[in-house]
Write a protein that binds this ligand. Structure first.
Ligand code: ITT
Length: 193
């Protein structure tokens, strides 16, 4: 089964590809339509993942979308669905510095990454799954691997950030790994022959 991934984020493409088995080919939708622009106006990750898929439904091909973000308890869930848009155009080093600043003196560092993944097939099948990884916000930016907020997120059970732990650990416990492993096992049930 060939699935086009509705994203403009190449890190996501790499992470999701590494979770797929031989039966599944995951291709960025930019290969088909060039650079994409989606109006992510939903209030939840799930709504935004649905909007991404809906935007390209007219193509009549199997699609999958990922909407994800970081929720910080002491900031009432911020940046949440705004994880990408927050301080738009600025480098993540600045976005992370701003978050650490907002948490200055805060003892409650609890946070989680969430991912909603939606699959659409032109036959009418739609599957939606979610994945979460609980953790905490570090006191400084650490590590260069991954993308986005990885260098300030310490998953529960570890004392290093995703930025330090890298893909080997993310592919086992990340929000995205958890969501897409569920999704791909459902797809195997539906579409294996
Ligand atoms: P697309 O919408 O085109 O897929 P995007 O990067 O804008 O790409 P989202 O709208 O889902 O993706 O926003 C997710 C943001 O949340 C992302 O840009 C990162 O800032 C953050 N994020 C999500 N998953 C992450 C991860 O695994 N590690 C670090 N940051 C992550």
């Amino acid at each position: 089964l060939k699935i086009h991934l509705v994203t403009g984020n190449n890190h996501k493409v790499e992470e999701i590809r590494s979770l797929a088995d031989n039966e599944l080919t995951v291709v960025p939708i930019s290969d088909l339509v060039g650079e994409i622009e989606v109006d992510e106006k939903g209030d939840t990750f799930l709504q935004n993942a649905l909007i991404k898929v809906e935007t390209f439904r007219h193509l009549g091909i199997p699609l999958v979308a990922d909407d994800s973000g970081l929720e910080i308890d002491a900031l009432n869930g911020f940046p949440g669905v705004q994880s990408s848009r927050f301080m738009e155009g600025r480098p993540y080093s600045e976005k992370m510095a701003e978050i650490l600043q907002r948490l200055d003196g805060e003892k409650n560092r609890k946070a989680r990454f969430k991912c909603a993944a939606v699959f659409y097939h032109p036959s009418g099948v739609v599957l939606a799954v979610e994945g979460t990884v609980e953790g905490s916000i570090a006191y400084e930016i650490r590590g260069e691997q991954g993308f986005g907020y990885d260098p300030i997120f310490v998953p529960d059970g570890y004392d290093r950030t995703f930025g330090e732990l890298g893909q080997e650990v993310k592919s086992i416990i990340s929000h995205r790994a958890r969501a897409f492993k569920k999704l791909f096992s459902l797809l195997r049930l539906f579409f294996s022959n």
